[in-house]
Design a protein around this ligand. Structure first.
Ligand code: SAM
Length: 220
């Protein structure tokens, strides 16, 4: 991400989290993680919620009794998490384009819900390498990303700066994936599940891919 995309993204999300700073009782949970209950249920380590935003998935995990580490680039999002979820003892404010502040092999489960579709392909792959690094062998990354079949894809949504990546009027980037993109970009992982579907958590239906990928076991 060139510096201006990065700065525009931070400004956009700070503003969004400032104006939508929900109280806990207004935060909506959807059941997309239920499919991966076995994966989430098996780990004794904290689950990492990347790009946690308002904390929809943080709340889901808390309700399942899981310790969560919540992260976002937005200080406002992190402050909201700390206010709404005193159970969350560890939060980190960092940009995923920078090295992640975790040691190698720290996690068995990383969740990245609607936060991996803001980058050029080489940036996305750099972020995925960091996720690989902080996962233990056999660990899982569970994610959702925009689909090319989403209503916001294409016409009228800014300039296409790279295949399936658009620059918006706000100066931010927005990527849309098809299944081939996912299989290519996540190819360093074992792809266990990828499925296109409609999410109804927002006011309008959103078409996206839900995925679960696994870091290879270490046989060395
Ligand atoms: C659409 S929200 C998703 C929030 C939450 N995961 C959910 O599904 O409700 C995207 C979040 O990703 C965060 N984000 C976007 N780019 C980021 C980056 N480069 N580094 C860290 N967080 C980022 C934003 O600040 C925002 O909170």
């Amino acid at each position: 991400m060139e510096q201006d995309h990065r700065a525009a993204s931070l400004q956009y999300w700070e503003e969004t989290h400032r104006t939508q700073g929900y109280a806990r009782d207004r935060i909506r949970v959807d059941d997309w993680l239920d499919r991966f209950a076995d994966v989430i249920g098996q780990t004794d380590k904290p689950v990492l919620d990347l790009g946690c935003g308002g904390g929809n998935d943080t709340l889901y995990l808390i309700e399942k009794g899981k310790p969560v580490i919540a992260c976002d680039q937005s200080e406002t999002a992190i402050a909201n998490i700390q206010k709404n979820f005193p159970e969350v003892r560890e939060t980190h404010c960092f940009n995923m384009l920078d090295p992640f502040p975790f040691a190698d092999g720290s996690f068995e489960v990383v969740i990245a819900d609607l936060c991996l579709h803001y980058f050029l392909e080489k940036e996305t792959m750099q972020i995925l390498r960091e996720i690989q690094r902080i996962l233990l062998p056999g660990g899982h990354l569970i994610f959702r990303v925009n689909s090319v079949n989403d209503i916001h894809h294409g016409a009228g949504k800014g300039t296409e700066v790279e295949h399936h990546v658009y620059e918006t009027d706000a100066g931010t980037l927005k990527r849309f994936f098809d299944e081939a993109d996912i299989r290519r970009i996540f190819s360093e992982f074992q792809i266990e599940y990828v499925h296109e579907e409609i999410m109804t958590r927002y006011q309008f239906e959103k078409r996206l891919f839900r995925g679960c990928v696994r870091k290879a076991e270490d046989h060395g």
